[in-house]
Design a protein. Structure first.
Length: 306
């Protein structure tokens, strides 16, 4: 049976400033702590899936800058198939500026760099690995035309698509009906459903609206209120694990990558949500994107303790 998880998406070099409070407009916060780590939603999800025990291939474009060889070597050290990580001549890799406040909350801004070179042509070149996928995992830091191209191809080949609509930005809504599993936070869910989630009573109606649009499984992550999955047969809720958060960067990515592993392993939705929530709870207790993504053993131990 195929069990390859193919992650198609972005990679970034993250430049982080951890500070005791996030600045107001025009304010300079001094005594911040600087860190440079590897991130990008696609790469974080590929790393999360690999560390959670998945067989992972990553399809991505990087630039030629000095940070990049080490970034790709790290993927290989995590056992990720990087045959289709393309180096774009004359480009820089994606970069993210991340400001983190004392409770782990953040501000982010991203220069996509080489990530926007992940075009349908590059996807065609990566077909050998895409054709072998048990599930395709994507986010939204690459061009819209590429997302649509992959969805159409996956539909034709009946390969399930797990799409994390993050960050939320304009998208051709006619395509959402072709997604098997959508993972979104409250804000992204509201954006796609054109509704606003203000209280917990708004969550299920928003998920139902997305389901009516044709998505098979809608997962909404609710931060400290856990996560919910809704499909035609069931509604599954799991509470969040209580931890001391220092940095929430990549928590959603860790959730998606580890959920994909549980999915290809055939776990029930309840078990899969619990597994993914545990992985993302561990992630928020550490600084940085990829350095904070847990390994399978840690997730299993964390769950065994609870
Ligand atoms: O989801 C977190 C990621 O978003 C960061 O690693 C940053 O690179 C941005 O892409």
């Amino acid at each position: 049976m195929k069990n390859n998880i193919v992650v198609i998406g972005s990679s970034n070099v993250d430049l982080i400033m951890k500070m005791d409070h996030l600045p107001e407009k025009g304010e300079t916060v001094t005594d911040a702590e600087f860190m440079q780590v590897y991130g990008g939603k696609g790469a974080n999800q590929a790393v999360a899936a690999a560390r959670a025990g998945g067989r992972v291939a990553f399809v991505n474009c990087v630039g030629e800058d000095a940070y990049t060889p080490r970034m790709v070597e790290n993927y290989r050290n995590d056992g990720i198939d990087t045959r289709f990580v393309f180096t774009e001549r004359g480009m820089t890799s994606g970069h993210a500026l991340v400001m983190i406040g004392d409770k782990g909350e953040n501000y982010l801004s991203v220069d996509p760099g080489a990530n926007y070179r992940l075009t349908p042509k590059r996807i065609d070149e990566a077909m050998p690995v895409i054709d072998d996928a048990a599930v395709i995992v994507m986010q939204y830091e690459i061009p819209e035309e590429t997302i649509k191209y992959v969805i159409d191809y996956a539909n034709k080949k009946t390969i399930p698509v797990l799409w994390n609509f993050a960050p939320a930005r304009t998208f051709d809504l006619s395509y959402t009906s072709k997604i098997n599993t959508l993972v979104v936070n409250e804000l992204e869910a509201g954006y796609l459903a054109q509704m606003t989630i203000e209280t917990e009573h708004d969550v299920e109606p928003t998920a139902s609206k997305l389901l009516k649009g044709g998505i098979e499984n809608v997962i909404i992550t609710l931060g400290q209120n856990g996560a919910i999955l809704v499909n035609g047969d069931e509604t599954v809720r799991v509470p969040a694990f209580e931890v001391d958060a220092v940095d929430t960067t990549a928590a959603g990515d860790t959730f998606c990558g580890s959920f994909a592993v549980a999915y290809v392993e055939g776990k029930s939705f309840k078990e899969a949500l619990r597994f993914a929530s545990a992985a993302s709870a561990i992630c928020v207790t550490r600084m940085g994107a990829q350095p904070s993504v847990p390994k399978r053993k840690e997730i299993d131990l964390f769950l065994a303790d609870r």
